[in-house]
Write a protein that binds this ligand. Structure first.
Ligand SMILES: [Zn+2]
Length: 389
């Protein structure tokens, strides 16, 4: 009995020792694992503070982190309230790949519910120009129609490109793929994605002498400009009124023309709403709406009501149609801008202005703008939309 008890005691001690050894072995194994992980993160370049944060993550997240180089934004990403562990691999992959781009934008992009990894190159191409929602929308919506990143980059680089109109450019492009990007931008800026008189608005009179009046911007029927002066008989064929600043500059223009043997005379300046209404209605009666619209403005839509426009003739009192063939026109074409006037309805721009070529109609906009428009061969529609809108 005594012997048997002794044997049992010995067995228990051995078992107990074995248990301790196994426990120690397990602890050691865990320690090795832990140390190796720790030293790997260190090898990658993370410091102790960063490692403390990283070790709060799951093993699989830590494994993912160890597949990549040191990422200086990692801690901000995993500490962010929008951090999604399932997207950790994407965050690391693309913040590493696109180091030059703000990581917050890439983070936001990847978190977007419509993010599509296949389109990442396209997104990134325009990520610095737009907010993430727009980037996702533009790329997802239009990419099926054409190779967007190239098209978009070409569009973005257009001289008169306006950010707010990107949707309209792309929609217009869908139906006009034969046009150049510069033509797309030009047309949309001039509202040619609408038809004339559609979606028209009251002119913005706060723009003063730069106010745009055309087939999309109209003046109230009661609008009468102040500061109108009567054009002296020396400079006029008929009784005409015009804004003082335009008159003063027209006098300079006409005097300089006269010194070259050319006579420029005003036939019309300011025209009231009611006068324009009578004029337009008579043209419509004689010629039909469609034709009348090509040469006569509907009441309210005439630039003459603004007071900065003049119709001209010469000493022979030629008709409007003949004026383009006069030496006066030839001189005016290349000199009016020096006095702050533009040819408002030029040849070749009929589809933009909505009017036939009117050699005889000039508009005062000041020397700086007139010079820009002359040198860049653009219409006032294009200038206004890009610079003054
Ligand atoms: Zn006119």
């Amino acid at each position: 009995m005594k012997r048997k008890r002794k044997v049992n005691k010995k067995r228990i001690v051995i078992l107990f020792l074995l248990l301790i050894i196994i426990t120690l072995l397990i602890i050691c194994y865990i320690c090795t694992l832990f140390n190796s992980k720790n030293s790997s993160l260190k090898d990658i370049g993370y410091n102790n503070l960063e490692i403390t944060e990283i070790e709060k993550l799951t093993k699989s997240e830590i494994d993912t982190i160890m597949n990549y180089e040191y990422n200086k934004n990692l801690i901000y990403i995993i500490d962010s309230e929008n951090y999604n562990p399932n997207k950790l691999d994407l965050y690391l992959k693309y913040t590493e790949k696109y180091k030059d781009i703000d990581y917050l934008k890439i983070f936001e992009l990847i978190n977007h519910e419509d993010f599509n990894e296949d389109k990442i190159e396209d997104y990134v191409n325009i990520l610095d120009k737009y907010d993430v929602n727009s980037v996702i929308k533009y790329i997802n919506e239009y990419n099926n129609d054409f190779k967007l990143s190239d098209d978009l980059m070409a569009l973005l680089n257009e001289k008169y490109f306006i950010n707010d109109y990107l949707d309209r450019y792309l929609n217009y492009y869908k139906n006009h793929k034969d046009l150049t990007y510069s033509e797309i931008v030009k047309r949309v800026n001039a509202k040619l994605d609408y038809t004339f008189y559609e979606d028209s608005k009251e002119s913005d009179l706060s723009k003063g002498m730069y106010t745009l009046v055309n087939k999309f911007y109209y003046l109230d029927k009661d609008y009468i400009p102040d500061d109108l002066v009567t054009v002296s008989g020396i400079y006029a064929r008929d009784t005409a009124q015009i804004k003082r600043v335009a008159y003063d500059n027209f006098v300079k223009l006409a005097d300089d023309a006269r010194s070259k043997g050319l006579t420029l005379k005003v036939t019309t300046g300011y025209r009231s709403y009611n006068f324009q209404a009578t004029l337009y209605n008579n043209y419509v009666k004689a010629d039909g709406v469609k034709n009348a619209d090509t040469y006569s403005a509907r009441p309210g839509y005439s630039e003459h009501q603004l007071g900065y426009s003049l119709d001209l003739t010469n000493k022979n009192n030629v008709s409007f149609d003949e004026f383009a063939n006069t030496p006066e026109y030839k001189w005016l074409k290349d000199n009016a801008y020096k006095y702050g006037f533009i040819l408002r309805y030029p040849k070749g721009k009929e589809y933009i202005t909505g009017y036939i070529f009117e050699a005889w109609h000039i508009r005062y906009v000041g020397i700086d703008i007139a010079t820009y428009i002359y040198e860049n061969d653009i219409t006032y529609e294009e200038y206004y939309e890009y610079f003054l809108r």
